[in-house]
Design a protein. Structure first.
Length: 138
């Protein structure tokens, strides 16, 4: 199913939390997304049902025609990087049917590095604990 209204391409955008529950869902123009999934793990489904998984690397401008999805050059068994290179896939925006993203899925947030679109336990600090309890005192 392709969302096409008055010469504009619409996509289904689904944003999950780390446990896999839907946090946000909408149908809109790709350039009009209010919550940009920059740096988040995404699964992009095209009109022909092909899927691409990686990290979203594109800022949207007024007329963005191509988006970049990058993967780490990673050994999935050990979680170690093989190199500092990224494997980048370029996708035309008019071919995108569905965009799914996982909140806080970038390894910089403490999630285990992987190129798979998988859900994990939330990585959060307990901010209710007394932060100054073990603070060094002069």
């Amino acid at each position: 199913m392709i969302y096409f209204f008055m010469e504009k391409w619409f996509v289904e955008f689904i944003q999950y939390n780390q446990a896999g529950k839907i946090a946000k869902r909408c149908i809109c123009e790709l350039n009009q997304l209010k919550c940009l999934p920059l740096g988040q793990k995404v699964r992009v489904t095209l009109n022909d049902e092909k899927q691409y998984i990686g990290f979203w690397d594109t800022f949207f401008g007024f007329d963005t025609k191509i988006v970049e999805i990058s993967k780490c050059d990673l050994d999935e068994n050990t979680g170690e990087l093989r190199s500092d290179n990224s494997l980048v896939t370029f996708i035309p925006t008019n071919k995108i049917f569905r965009l799914e993203a996982i909140l806080y899925s970038n390894p910089r947030w403490g999630v285990a590095p992987t190129n798979k679109f998988t859900f994990s336990k939330p990585v959060r600090r307990d901010f209710k604990s007394d932060f100054f309890k073990n603070w060094p005192v002069k």
